[in-house]
Design a protein around this ligand. Structure first.
Ligand code: C5P
Length: 239
């Protein structure tokens, strides 16, 4: 049986949480800011670790991180720690290398930003089910709804970009562990600092599949995003 049809692969998650979040302008990295009574990372981690299809999770924290050990984490299944690097792609690769000590190259890994605490269990399930038999993997995304403009450095519009087929890339992004690790290593060895996993996998010649997710899966980037995330969490609880 081709390896991509193997029924024995397990599902793991890697959560890069080693950024400083400078655009938040806060003293604490954004994954440790409070949101509805818990840190952003606690929301994210519990949503990922609680998912019944996820076998274990690697959280990638910054060297010298003083915050993670202070979290009041409930006994979660298989939570491993790894140390981050200079850019998100270095952190993810470190997390994959930690995971490789416990997982098979054929296993699936879902990489999910610590800064996306509103991820819905149903979107994780949808991603896994949509990609179960896919040779490469794919990612959650949102079709672009607005008219898209390209500008020059001064902000003058130089083109209107056809939005047909344009997506915003979200996370989780789900690939075979071996495929993703090799793709990230190849990108980094060529000096390409990919901003998501799919970019590395695309450069390796694969065509990841887009799977439509929900727009409330926002990435906390600026202070106003915390307010929005709080509203989304409340709304999800009421649904
Ligand atoms: O900075 P940005 O919003 O793109 O970060 C996305 C995710 O990647 C965050 O969860 C952040 O903590 C993580 N990250 C990381 N290592 C870095 C930079 C970002 O784990 N060097």
């Amino acid at each position: 049986m081709p390896s991509h049809l193997s029924t024995h692969s397990r599902y793991w998650a890697v959560i890069p949480a080693a950024g400083v979040g400078s655009r938040m302008g806060a003293a604490v990295p954004k994954q440790y800011l409070m949101l509805s009574g818990k840190t952003v990372l606690e929301h994210t981690l519990s949503r990922i670790a609680r998912h019944p299809l996820i076998h274990g999770v690697v959280v990638v924290i910054a060297p010298g991180d003083e915050f993670f050990q202070r979290l009041n984490l409930p006994r979660q299944k298989n939570v491993l720690l790894s140390l981050g690097g200079a850019e998100r792609c270095h952190s993810v690769l470190n997390g994959l290398n930690t995971l490789a000590e416990h997982a098979a190259d054929d296993d699936w890994v879902l990489v999910h930003d610590a800064a996306r605490p509103c991820i819905r269990a149903e979107d994780i399930t949808r991603l896994i089910e949509a990609l179960r038999d896919h040779p490469a993997g794919g990612l959650l995304g949102l079709p672009v709804a607005d008219t898209m403009k390209r500008s020059d450095r001064e902000g003058n519009v130089i083109a209107t970009v056809e939005r047909e087929g344009l997506w915003r890339a979200l996370t989780p992004q789900m690939f075979r562990l071996g495929v993703l690790r090799d793709a990230l290593e190849a990108a980094l060895s060529q000096g390409v600092l990919v901003t998501d996993e799919a970019q590395a996998v695309e450069a390796a010649g694969h065509a990841p599949r887009m799977v439509e997710g929900h727009g409330d899966n926002i990435k906390i980037t600026r202070p106003q995003d915390l307010v929005l995330a709080q509203l989304y969490l409340q709304q999800q609880e009421c649904a």
